[in-house]
Design a protein around this ligand. Structure first.
Ligand code: SF4
Length: 425
């Protein structure tokens, strides 16, 4: 390609830093690859075109790229981000509501779950839920993230008794009521993460929350085998999780999902999980964000001796996620990547996820969230503006508002002209 043509194609992406970097490289489509990379990938590089998601073959090669090629991969991912999500990185100002930490699953990496009687085992009361939500409201939060164990009442009679005492038949009935309570009594918008859901429960929770989530985590069912990370975790069967995400798609519910990397899966598994998400999004158009979350080791978990994914692995996975799903919102939690979270912007993220000024990350309590002002400074230093979003992304807001009722009214009141959180006057 003529040098002038190369430069004009680069102008599409708008960042001087990317221009400078990419001038050192040979450009094919929207991906800048060094001559050495291209010589090994001549066949796949010809498939790369601006705005066109990469193929599985290309993704498999890029996720395994050598350290020397990583800067080129990051430049390509950042260029795709700037093309489709220019100039802004978002976050959701939230409170974390751990409705119950009882769970019938025993994931090998989990510090959140408890059995009844364990120290810290707790199911929140409605008063506790409302107290946290109201405190968050005072601090400008717009999201109530409900995280909870999956169907604990199926395993524990103690949870059945707790629910009976509270007046509910199941954890999902209780969750539905608490989402409705927060929606009615505060300005916060609920975003539930309750695990596997039937079609009926997707519909019921969608009536009281503008979006919901379920991490696919992986498509590798070998991790359910004895001694692996999903041993004794019946809700982590990948096909069942795909079914829940698909059901949300059929009902047009804005949905958050993603990968958990470093739990025993291979690099190929990561690509295949991203492709499974892409396939669902192509069929239903409802995937509002894809989270790439990295396993962090803790001394008390069954996986206490497992290695964490390296920084390079994390960056490659994020960058490949961006190139496989160039128009989808890509998120990586900053507290799990500190201190190198600026590099995640280089890898193509456009969202930091939920950041709470009030509650700790109950899933990773030893990893505090960065202060929002610090996150703003560090995001701006990388050339992007930090903006507060709602639990539902701007491109999905109108679809939720279209259904009249309390949810529509509350969402309309919270949304600014650009679909992000309405700015304080
Ligand atoms: S990760 Fe979720 S499903 Fe697994 S044990 Fe923890 S709370 Fe339960």
């Amino acid at each position: 390609m003529h040098r002038r043509q190369r430069r004009s194609k680069l102008r599409l992406y708008g960042s001087n830093r990317i221009h400078y970097h990419a001038r050192r490289c040979i450009i094919r489509g929207n991906v800048a690859l060094s001559p050495s990379t291209l010589s090994r990938r001549e066949n796949c590089a010809t498939e790369l075109h601006p705005g066109v998601p990469i193929s599985r073959e290309v993704a498999l090669q890029l996720i395994r790229c050598a350290d020397g090629d990583l800067p080129d991969l990051l430049a390509a991912a950042r260029a795709a981000k700037e093309r489709f999500k220019p100039g802004v990185v978002t976050y959701s100002r939230k409170v974390f509501i751990p409705l119950t930490n009882l769970c019938r699953d025993y994931c090998g990496y989990c510090t959140f779950r408890r059995d009844p009687g364990d120290p810290g085992a707790h199911t929140m009361t409605p008063d506790e839920v409302l107290q946290v939500a109201r405190a968050g409201e005072k601090l400008g939060c717009t999201e109530a993230l409900f995280s909870l164990g999956d169907k604990p009442e199926l395993l524990f009679p103690e949870m059945r008794e707790t629910l009976r005492h509270l007046g509910y038949k199941s954890t999902l009935h209780y969750l539905e009521a608490m989402c409705e309570l927060v929606l009615r009594e505060t300005s916060l918008l609920p975003h539930p993460n309750p695990g596997l859901l039937s079609a009926e429960w997707v519909a019921r929770l969608a009536a009281v929350s503008p979006s919901m989530g379920l991490m696919l985590e992986t498509t590798n069912s070998d991790l359910l085998a004895q001694g692996r990370s999903h041993d004794n975790a019946p809700d982590k069967v990948p096909a069942k999780r795909v079914r829940t995400i698909e059901e949300a798609g059929k009902q047009r519910v804005p949905f958050t999902t993603g990968l958990l990397i470093g739990i025993g899966e291979s690099l190929q598994d990561r690509v295949d999980a991203l492709l499974a998400i892409r396939d669902l999004h192509e069929r239903y158009g409802h995937i509002q964000e894809v989270i790439v979350q990295n396993f962090r080791v803790k001394p008390t978990i069954p996986m206490a001796n497992s290695p964490e994914p390296s920084q390079g692995e994390m960056l490659r996975t994020v960058a490949v996620a961006r190139l496989l799903l160039p128009k989808v919102n890509i998120q990586a939690p900053p507290n799990l990547s500190a201190p190198y979270y600026e590099e995640l912007i280089d890898a193509g993220i456009n969202d930091w996820g939920g950041i709470s000024p009030l509650t700790p990350d109950f899933i990773n309590p030893e990893k505090p969230w960065p202060h929002i002002e610090q996150l703003r400074r560090r995001t701006e230093a990388k050339g992007s503006v930090l903006r507060q979003r709602l639990p539902v992304y701007p491109e999905f807001v109108s679809g939720v508002i279209a259904h009249p009722g309390l949810l529509s009214e509350k969402l309309r009141a919270a949304t600014g002209d650009d679909g992000l959180a309405r700015r304080a006057a």
